[in-house]
Design a binder for this molecule. Structure first.
Ligand SMILES: [Zn+2]
Length: 177
């Protein structure tokens, strides 16, 4: 049932809310990462704001340094997802954020013509992905182990590559933590 997925350097990753909550440092992931604005809203709700402050800071850093792109999918792709979800009977189980995440993955796949993998543990989302031919991976240890982490980190100010763990950029002194 599950297609064996391989993540290359050019594979685009779409993350749902849960993968951010797992606290992985996606700023050192080798791939381009995408998510939808609704995910940020879910992390930013008052109740979680204190707990998630580090995650939100990491996200802001990711956006500034171009590791993370927040994108609203085009309506055409949302419509395709809704249509597919109605066929598989998953539509009532999907939130607006869920639909946008699948739509974004579909849009990237069709528009960029590059590999895209949606990381999620939601069974209904996986079902709709199967229907639309969108690759997905569960989060867990197995899913994370497929992600390629960088050995160095690019300075957001000057672009210099610094070894991971370095506090300040070797070239310009910008704070990298
Ligand atoms: Zn620098």
């Amino acid at each position: 049932m599950f297609k064996k997925i391989n993540i290359s350097k050019d594979t685009n990753l779409v993350f749902d809310t849960n993968i951010f909550l797992m606290g992985i440092d996606f700023n050192i992931v080798d791939n381009k990462i995408y998510t939808v604005p609704g995910v940020l809203d879910e992390l930013n709700v008052d109740r979680y704001q204190t707990e998630n402050i580090f995650i939100l800071e990491r996200i802001n850093y990711g956006i500034q340094s171009n590791n993370l792109t927040i994108k609203i999918p085009e309506t055409t792709f949302r419509d395709k997802v809704i249509k597919a979800a109605k066929i598989t009977n998953d539509f009532p189980l999907l939130s607006d954020v869920d639909i946008n995440l699948i739509a974004l993955a579909l849009e990237l796949k069709l528009n960029l013509e590059e590999e895209v993998i949606l990381f999620t543990n939601d069974y209904s989302m996986e079902n709709v992905c199967l229907k639309l031919g969108v690759s997905f991976s569960p989060l867990g240890k197995d899913g994370i182990s497929k992600i390629r982490f960088r050995k160095d980190i690019r300075c957001p100010a000057c672009g210099e590559r610094n070894p991971i763990g370095q506090k300040r950029c070797e070239n310009c002194g910008t704070d990298l933590s």
